[in-house]
Design a protein. Structure first.
Length: 432
């Protein structure tokens, strides 16, 4: 039996943190209590850990990562990125389909599941991607093992753009599971590209935010909501970036009861387009970072419940691939290792557990994860409040790409230890 005591336990996003203890046997939490651990429990434990008053939280669930395998292993693998995730307190992840080959068939999905069963350090699941000609594959999906279908309504890494209106209607109309969309209007992006070309200063990454504009995001999100409303589809909008989009979502219900839900990434909660001057292409991503007013609206949207979860859109590229002008520097940035500590710095433990652990589990119906409770899986992270800030640098990075947009940023938190299924190792996620 594993026993963790003298911890400041944050069991979920609603219960106040309290000093207490937790016991786990095998993969499951078997007992919890407040105050001092009973002497008999202490005597019976095989492994005893005195937490020293540190935070004991559920492991974070990152519902939006790009671990790049198969086909792009020169910049990331399931092994390297899941190890980075666990080092950062992320115990479960959902990976996106824009790999090589893209995960657009059941066979490709099964291949990823097999790879993860052999190599993943964290619990795993994989989305199936929608294309113009794979509706029959989508209809075969087993949504007890698969969280959702991903639709790219704007172009991004992997060339999985789906903007044919008839096909979009068919996907939304025939989809029994949840549809997750990357919402950017490709027509607006293309028009902006033509309008601004040739660029007077193509090395200035500010053009990326002007080309992939707020209007492109809002128009596409409105279209996705319209389709989902027409066909009764459960819709989840990935990485919302604007104040106008945030206002489109209902704050009144819990995420498992909403037809329309939304996420925000740490990048867009931390950075703005003003930061291009300092960070350049390190914060070039799709959708682009926006203004300080948008960033502040995203933070309010989380507090109000309009935005339901925080997910990283962890998207590693080599630094050499991030070089060049606004048209050639690749879009995307790694974040899975530093998401938990950076969000704790920003919001505090209860809010972080609510948006990074509990709400992701509820939104996707992930079985027995996201909260610390007897009978749940023992996915846990022990976090220390640092007396002096630690400055994150590229040298800290475990991701294969070897860099982070957080280079030079101070954090007041440190992940001390992470348990995946009580230390028993990773498993595939199951969905209710």
């Amino acid at each position: 039996m594993l026993l963790i005591h003298n911890a400041l336990i944050v069991p979920d996003g609603a219960t106040a943190p309290h000093r207490g203890w937790l016991a786990a046997e095998g993969a499951l939490i078997t007992a919890m209590g407040q105050g001092d651990v009973p002497a008999a429990m202490l005597d019976a434990a095989g492994e005893k850990i005195d937490a020293g008053g540190r935070l004991l939280m559920p492991g974070a669930i990152d519902c939006h990562v790009h671990f790049r395998e198969p086909g792009l292993e020169h910049k990331a693998t399931i092994l390297s990125e899941s190890r980075a995730a666990v080092a950062g307190g992320v115990t479960s992840y959902i990976d996106m389909p824009n790999t090589r080959p893209a995960t657009t068939t059941i066979a490709a999905w099964e291949d990823k599941m097999d790879r993860a069963s052999r190599n993943s350090a964290a619990n795993y699941a994989f989305m199936l991607g929608a294309t113009a000609d794979n509706l029959s594959e989508l209809q075969r999906a087993d949504f007890s093992l698969m969280p959702a279908v991903k639709v790219f309504m704007g172009s991004s890494t992997g060339n999985m753009l789906l903007d044919d209106d008839a096909v979009l209607r068919a996907v939304f109309a025939d989809q029994p599971g949840r549809v997750v969309v990357h919402a950017e209007d490709q027509g607006i992006i293309d028009a902006n590209t033509s309008q601004f070309s040739p660029l007077p200063d193509p090395q200035n990454m500010m053009w990326h935010t002007r080309i992939r504009s707020s209007e492109a995001c809002v128009r596409s999100t409105e279209r996705a909501l319209e389709l989902a409303s027409r066909y009764g589809t459960r819709l989840h909008v990935a990485h919302v970036t604007t104040a106008a989009e945030t206002a489109l979502f209902d704050p009144s219900e819990l995420p498992d009861r909403k037809q329309f839900t939304a996420e925000v990434s740490p990048h867009h909660l931390i950075h703005t387009c003003d930061d291009y001057a300092r960070l350049g292409s390190r914060i070039k991503m799709n959708p682009a970072v926006k203004t300080a007013a948008d960033r502040d609206a995203l933070r309010r949207g989380l507090a109000e419940g309009r935005l339901d979860i925080i997910a990283t859109d962890h998207a590693p590229h080599l630094l050499a691939e991030k070089a060049g002008d606004v048209f050639h520097a690749m879009s995307g940035a790694p974040m899975v290792q530093f998401s938990l500590v950076s969000m704790l710095d920003l919001f505090g433990p209860s809010a972080v557990v609510r948006r990074m652990c509990e709400a992701p589990a509820r939104l996707f119906g992930i079985d027995r994860r996201g909260t610390l409770a007897v009978g749940n899986f023992a996915d846990m992270v022990l976090v220390e409040n640092l007396p002096q800030p630690h400055v994150i640098t590229d040298a800290d990075v475990l991701s294969l790409c070897g860099w982070t947009p957080m280079d030079g940023a101070p954090t007041r938190h440190r992940v001390v230890r992470t348990w995946v299924n009580g230390g028993q190792g990773a498993a595939s996620l199951k969905f209710k």
